[in-house]
Design a protein around this ligand. Structure first.
Ligand SMILES: *Cc1c(COP(=O)(O)O)cnc(C)c1O
Length: 379
């Protein structure tokens, strides 16, 4: 699928926009009557926010979600006109830019509302505001004690036509454990928060709660819209429950820089952590921890090269690592493509298992010299 690597890049991520579109269609099926907001924060989980955003919208997503005003402005500047929500900003963020670009602001405090009020009045245009209520994650979101004051302030701003009130939303703490009783606690608190807003005369256009895991396993939490991120990139949010038909969109690959013989008894890479047990052939992969190949993977992971998995031998360095080809019966030569992880094997999940983390962190890690290339989709 990813094909051979482009000559300009020694190491690259290839992002399959057809996989993104496929995954969005699956999420739309699970969402039922609810709309889909495609979450493209953190540069689209390191897949490219603009390209993924366009592909997701073309495949039927209704809106895009990001964290900061700056991320949202980047999407607008690229010509995306769909609704965009941003939900994690300091209160001195550039809300003026959000107002100018018709970006919906997720509010977590009274202080946010004060800044938005000032920005909207200064520009003379209406701000679009959504309330992010904290229903028990105790992270971002309006604290329950502050909620009544936020509602009162928002009501005044709506009456004075300083803001348009768009939505109420919240985020789940245990979505990856679909039977966890705290999901119901959060649902009940969320429904109460919506009711309290209505008592203040604040009628949201939309309410939304579900991330990828909840979209795929808890249809009762879909409300008016779901906000999947990781599943759109083709990674199952609950590996124990299977793949849900999703297709990983990112392939991390590099071109072999050198193929050489190593004699029995010779050590490979810093500290000679691996000694060749017999005469062998190795390939040098020009990607290292500066590119997102985690050093703790040393001697523990493998790449797909020459039609088989080839184990890393010796330490991963800043710029390079070595894999063992044995007798190199496959005839691997300089310039061949080694897949570090992708849609087949190995996968981001394999790295996550080895490192004791989640695949979210793995796909966010390629950086530095890594060149990103998009394939498929409509661009
Ligand atoms: C990141 C994020 C999502 C998407 O979460 P996934 O687990 O990737 O589906 C949804 N909503 C909010 C508020 C988020 O921060």
């Amino acid at each position: 699928m990813a094909g051979s690597i482009s000559v300009e890049a020694q190491v690259e991520t290839v992002i399959d926009l057809d996989a993104i579109a496929h995954n969005v269609r699956i999420l739309r099926e699970y969402a039922g009557d609810a709309a889909v907001m495609a979450v493209v924060k953190a540069d689209g989980y390191n897949h490219g926010a603009v390209e993924v955003g366009r592909a997701a919208l073309a495949a039927g997503a209704a809106e895009l979600g990001v964290t900061t005003v700056a991320e949202a402005v980047q999407l607008r500047t690229a010509g995306i006109t769909a609704p965009i929500l941003c939900w994690l900003n300091n209160s001195d963020a550039d809300f003026g830019a959000a107002v100018e670009h018709e970006i919906e602001i997720g509010v977590s405090s009274l202080e946010h509302l004060r800044s938005i009020d000032a920005a909207a009045r200064a520009i003379g245009r209406t701000a679009i505001v959504s309330l992010k209520v904290d229903s028990g994650l105790n992270r971002n979101g309006i604290a329950p004690l502050e909620y009544p004051a936020v509602l009162a302030a928002l009501r005044r701003m709506v009456d004075e036509q300083v803001v348009r009130f768009r939505a109420i939303f919240s985020h789940l703490a245990h979505a990856d454990e679909p039977e966890h009783p705290f999901l119901d606690v959060q649902r009940d608190r969320f429904v109460e928060a919506v009711a309290a807003a209505k008592e203040h005369g604040l009628e949201p256009e939309l309410v939304h709660l579900a991330n990828s895991a909840a979209t795929l396993t808890r249809p009762d939490l879909a409300f008016d819209m779901v906000r999947p991120g990781i599943a759109m990139y083709g990674l199952t949010p609950i590996p124990e429950l299977g793949e849900f038909g999703l297709r990983p969109a990112m392939t991390f690959q590099a071109r072999v820089a050198l193929v050489k013989e190593v004699a029995a008894g010779e050590g490979v890479s810093y500290g000679h952590q691996w000694i060749a047990p017999h005469d062998t052939t190795v390939a040098l992969i020009p990607a290292g921890y500066a590119d997102g190949v985690f050093r703790p993977l040393s001697n523990r992971f493998a790449v797909w090269l020459g039609g088989a998995l080839r184990p890393n031998v010796g330490r991963i360095c800043m710029d390079q690592f070595v894999v063992d080809l044995g007798d190199n019966a496959a005839g691997v030569v300089e310039g061949d493509t080694a897949i570090l992880f992708g849609a087949d094997q190995p996968r981001a999940q394999d790295w996550a298992d080895l490192l004791g983390t989640i695949h979210y962190e793995i796909v966010c890690s390629p950086h530095g010299r890594v060149v990103r290339r998009h394939v498929g989709g409509i661009r």
